[in-house]
Design a protein around this ligand. Sequence first.
Ligand SMILES: *[C@@H]1O[C@H](CO)[C@@H](O)[C@H](O)[C@H]1NC(C)=O
Ligand SMILES: *[C@@H]1O[C@H](CO)[C@@H](O)[C@H](O)[C@H]1NC(C)=O
Length: 446
Amino acid sequence: MGRNDSNVTKMRKKQILLLKIGVVVWVCVIYAFFLHKPAATSTQKSHDITEQLDKLEEELNKQSQFYSVLLNKLRTMHQQQQNLGDEAVLQDPIVESPLLDGPVLPVLLIACNRDAAVRRSLDLLLKYRPSQERFPIVVSQDCGHRPTREAIESYGEKVTLIQHPDLSDIEVPLKERKFKGYFLIARHYRWALNQMFQKFEHEAVIIVEDDLDIAPDFYEYFSATYPVLQADPTLWCVSAWNDNGKADLVDVKNGTGLLYRTDFFPGLGWMLTKELWEELGPKWPRSYWDDWVRAPEQRSDRACIRPEISRTRTFGKKGVSNGLFYEKHLKQIYLNDAYTSFTKMNLTYLMKDHYDLVFEKQVQASQVVTINDVKGDRLAKGGFYRLIYHTKDNFKKLAKSLGLMDDFKAGVPRTGYKGTITFFYRGLRIFLSPGNNWKGYNPSWS
Ligand SMILES: *[C@@H]1O[C@H](CO)[C@@H](O)[C@H](O)[C@H]1NC(C)=O
Ligand SMILES: *[C@@H]1O[C@H](CO)[C@@H](O)[C@H](O)[C@H]1NC(C)=O
């Protein structure tokens, strides 16, 4: 190892020391904050305490953000140091990432002609990536747009670029002319997924598009859920997205570790296995692939895992997607910012047999309430409640008034499981659910 390397090592050790000192100082500040609570008169006391608690909460939130940034810095430095060789090995490894070992889970990023968007997506994918070996990033570019290709190439060996060879025009029925983008996307997906599974022979792929921000625990989430996906044949995907993931519909404070099963295919950052691709690939549609996937013939009663709090957020679509829909819903999805160590949790509860038992029990045990009870702030916080719907219009009306998505695809409402939408509203856990004599989804509901 050369002189330069050992200088770099010294420098890194210094940086780590400084970071450690930073942590100690921070802890002292917080400690002081606790000790020097100002004395209050008895009349003011209650008010002051509330205010103090609010401040403390704000302070703790800031800290948690600070630590997660710090953790990432240390992780990166630790990794860089390991890459430098023996001399650079740390005496006491500060961060033991459980994500360095395990099956390879590649990320496939679908790109076209938006260089700034690709950069933004790649920057975050690389920022949070714990290991290049476990999580190789493959960017598949369609469209032949040069600035986008150059943007991807500027990341060098950190990512692999593959380019869709078929840039030919595509024949689209006259009345679907304005939806041509959907045809091009479906063709690109089929080619790119074939590359991932047939050419590179991966066992599973995490697929994202070039308009997604990811959460710090994105890789952790997919690592931990992969064994569940493999073990349970009634699951066919893991998605990082909650369609009803607006801040006022999820338990932001206490729900970061919560995961669910859903009959609705969410997409937007999702993982599939080779087995599923072998099934879907040969009959892949010419367009509208996501709605095709949601049709009963493809889904065959299978479910996806989805989080309470989204691990992806879309930052906008030009062209093919609906602008109003983006403003009203997609843009408001809350992106998780607290790191959850899913790989250290027991996720067996997501397997169908375990999950359904608990789920049915919870729904049945919940107090049946009306929309006025829910909106009137009359119910005890922390409880479980059930709002019942019987018709499509009934569902839509309730969903609308609560800010939930009110559409159906192949009769399944977004995030629905056994017809039930689970969400969190003003401190209440609520099931928007069909009556007990529910007979299954009605594909004519749209
Ligand atoms: C937080 O969630 C856990 C389960 O994830 C639950 O046991 C606990 O009661 C919740 N705490 C609050 C304050 O809601
Ligand atoms: C994991 O959870 C499942 C059910 O949720 C339980 O049956 C099993 O005993 C748990 N395993 C461990 C090691 O705690």
